[in-house]
Ligand binder design. Structure first.
Ligand code: NDP
Length: 501
């Protein structure tokens, strides 16, 4: 960390610390960013309060136009974003471009659908209150704080940012310390199309900056990151009763049924487990394959995973571990599994070559080893044989996590999906639910709660407001001291007629 003058426009004029983001492939400096303190975070949130009022007053159609301008700008600058994402995370160029595509599609959907989902609408007042006209709307919170991870530095926070903006909130975004440049570029491009007010701002720094955002009095805090940090975020937010959306880690299973397309299942298991060097919250970490097809499936997995190579070149299969300390987590889980009796089908302890980890596929992994019980977040796939689908379902559901899952089955994929304890399931595919903007994204248990994406994701960034308007005087007026002795007996008579039989 170094000392430097505060950047122009960041508010404070006193010297502030800065930190560097570096390219994990080369160790080269990508950029330096300020470490924002509590005072700066609070001032940013205050500015956002005014900006949010202005943004909300634009209405759905005004915001939709501005968000469409931003969308077009993001499309025009996909390669600039992709280069920076590759530099800060080490991910291959086309993986970064794919992430942009998904984020842009979600932005378009949220902007288009916000009015229909959140705008004021009539609801039935019911028989007993038929003299009332009842309406429901979802006004914004004002300012939403977003804290994001580094693994998908555009797509993941945009699940909150785009939906919060479409709902009418200003946003203060704290990107991960590994990807501050990408966060900065998001705010900078938005400011090019919304010049009047700082509707999307970022604050940068480490955990303390994030903690300050939790305590800053934002209307809601949307967090995506590890379960351990999620607990700290929730505790900090509880001080002001700030509502939270918590999107944490996962230990997603992939189930292979006896009648599955084994070629497709193996392809999905290997891509879902290894893409982005396994650093995907909904990446495949555990595979449960029915015994009768296990040998054939494993031969395919071995061939596919064995052919992959990580590297720093733009067309590598996957890049390095973005966060140096994660290499030790992966190595530790690998050793623990081998010590407990697992067998390495592909790779082994020699596969860990920081900053890269080459593909590792373990088989017969004891269910009590950390490679099964804890999030790995690396290119390590644990494959276990199961007697039948019942066995697969019960092992899949045994995790404390419950984010996503995949099921490969020709005949009963959706039946199996319905029995899984998790937020999202891809049948005969992998991670496909994340690409459908209309579908909510989120988990249960240690994977968190609340939803980004879809109608639920829009409502997450708004508060329900109910309004009743009296159309005519009620035949039985019970909310008056002048109601008389007969009002309640008459009401009860009506209720007995309606509901007593
Ligand atoms: P972390 O939990 O380490 O960090 C997440 C964010 O929280 C970062 O911006 C971090 O800042 C910030 N932070 C750290 N400490 C605090 C604190 N005390 N108060 C407030 N904010 C704080 O997660 P990673 O960045 O390592 O991301 C990986 C994790 O994210 C994995 O567990 C993965 O599964 C999960 N994830 C979940 C997704 C989902 O949608 N469910 C999607 C993508 C990832 P800093 O980096 O500066 O420390």
């Amino acid at each position: 960390m170094t000392q430097a003058k505060a950047q122009a426009g960041t508010g404070a004029e006193t010297p502030v610390s800065t930190f560097d983001s570096v390219d994990p492939r080369t160790g080269e400096l990508v950029g330096s960013h300020p470490v924002h303190d509590t005072e700066h975070v609070n001032a940013t949130v205050r500015r956002a309060g005014e900006a949010g009022a202005w943004w909300a007053a634009l209405g759905f159609s005004g915001r939709r136009k501005r968000l469409a301008e931003w969308r077009k700008l993001l499309v025009a600058r996909v390669d600039e974003f992709a280069d920076l994402m590759s530099a800060e995370t080490g991910k291959p160029a086309n993986d970064a471009r794919l992430e942009m595509v998904l984020a842009i599609d979600h932005l378009a959907w949220a902007a288009r659908k916000a009015q229909g989902v959140l705008g004021r609408r009539k609801v039935g007042a019911g028989m007993l209150m038929s003299n009332q006209s009842a309406t429901l709307a979802y006004p914004p919170f004002g300012v939403v704080g977003v804290i994001g991870p580094w693994n998908y530095p555009v797509f993941t926070p945009m699940g909150s940012i785009a939906y919060a903006l479409a709902a009418g909130n200003a946003v203060v975004f704290k990107p991960s310390e590994y990807t501050p440049g990408v966060g900065h570029l998001l705010a900078e491009t938005f400011a090019e199309v919304v010049t009047e007010q700082p509707v999307l701002q970022i604050v940068t720094g480490f955990g303390e900056t994030g903690a300050a955002l939790c305590r800053s009095g934002v209307g809601k805090l949307a967090f995506t990151g590890s379960t351990a940090t999620g607990r700290r975020v929730m505790a900090a937010c509880s001080e002001n009763l700030t509502p939270v959306l918590i999107e944490c880690g996962g230990k997603d299973p992939l189930i292979v049924d006896a009648d599955a397309d084994l070629e497709a299942a193996a392809d999905a298991a290997v891509w879902g487990g290894m893409a982005n060097a396994g650093q995907t919250c909904v990446g495949v970490e555990r595979v449960y394959v029915v015994e009768s097809v296990a040998d054939e499936f494993l031969a395919k997995v071995e061939a596919k995973a064995g052919a992959l190579r990580p590297g720093g070149e733009p067309n590598a299969d996957f890049g390095p571990m973005t966060m140096p300390s994660q290499v030790d987590v992966v190595a530790g889980q690998l050793q623990d599994a081998l010590d407990k009796g697992a067998r390495a089908l592909v790779g082994g302890t020699a596969s860990v070559r920081p900053p890269y980890v080459e593909p590792v596929v373990l088989v017969d992994v004891p269910e009590n080893s950390t490679a099964i019980t804890e999030e790995t977040f690396g290119p390590l796939l644990a494959v276990n044989r199961v007697a039948d689908i019942e066995d697969a379902i019960s092992r899949a559901n045994a995790s404390v996590y419950g984010l996503g899952a995949s099921v490969f089955s020709a005949k009963r994929g959706e039946q199996i999906a319905a029995r899984l304890r998790c937020g999202m399931v891809a049948v005969n595919g992998v991670i496909s639910f994340a690409g459908v903007p209309a579908l909510p994204f989120g988990g249960v248990g240690d994977s968190g709660f609340g939803r980004i994406h879809g109608e639920d994701g829009l409502r997450e960034f708004a508060r329900a407001q109910a309004v009743t308007r009296q159309r005519f005087a009620a035949p039985i007026n019970v909310t008056s001291f002048a109601r008389g002795d007969r009002a309640i007996p008459r009401l009860l008579k009506l209720v007995r007629t309606l509901y007593g039989r």
